[in-house]
Design a binder for this molecule. Sequence first.
Ligand SMILES: [Zn+2]
Length: 345
Amino acid sequence: MATLPGHLQALLPEPSELRLQRVERTSNLILIVVKAARQSAACPNCRVLSHRIHSRYERTLRDLPWHGATVRLRLVARRFYCRSPDCGRKIFAERLAGVVRRHGRSTERFRQTLAMIGYALGGEAGARLSERGRPKRKPGQVEDFRGYLEQRWKQGCHNATQLWREIRDRGYTGGRGMVARMVSGFRAPGTKYFRAAAAQPPSRRAASSPRQIASLLVRRPERVSLPEQEFLSALKQNYPVIDVLHGIVQDFSTMMRERHLDQLRDWMHRVTATGIPALKSFVAGLRRDQSAVNAAFSSQWSSGPVEGQIHRLKLIKRQMYGRAGFALLRRRVLPLQRDHEQRAP
Ligand SMILES: [Zn+2]
């Protein structure tokens, strides 16, 4: 088969631990076949390196989707003999740190993305979702309001925030994100609300430059037009990380707008917990410049604008929406986009 473009190697989780063998593609499944990069492995018991292979076995791990296509990582893992005579272990399986957990069935990055969604949804429901990979039913969950939401949708209310407020008044205890997700499903192919625009791969759309996407993510929901909403929800379905980012950015601007300095600590914890390096460094920046943060949130700032403080606030915002947002988008979206363009004739 043709030589694989070198940059494909960079799409692997932990490119230093794995070597890409080949990529197989069927209509809706991408199989990435990899092998371990290292010749030897350290015994988990005595830490002595061994080159002596006992046996090989296959593991298939669920990985992050590419443009909505399911991705599986097939890994040929090895068992080694421990060569240390004093060690209680005779044979051990190699560990691929950062790729997969010991008995994991999905790659670490896939697991972390689910966890990020959990954090973005916030609270227990999110944590459970990320643990199990699927929501658990209990009273007050969005599923209980499906009938109501469908009815309101048919009546023409397609605004997720509005719908969220309405069901919240009726006992829904979850976040807006779950509501948005459910109603975006009402647009699914085959239903009468389906619009071709929403189903188009995001990268084909004119609005998919990182700058435009970032501008969409930071905009207040009521200022996002219907086609843009559709684009955004398609984007979020294709890239869970965008979904997470959107939640984080929106919460940040709500916090700023309503001056909830008390929520900032929680928010920073959530952001740090996503494990996304660009976001972590943004939070580290906030921690370093606590006085600017306090100024940004203070009533003094709102009653009489002070040039310097506004300037610093703008710096914070630029850092948030600029560096963190773009670095993240570049890392997560652009490599995939490139891949998509290459497949196109
Ligand atoms: Zn050993």
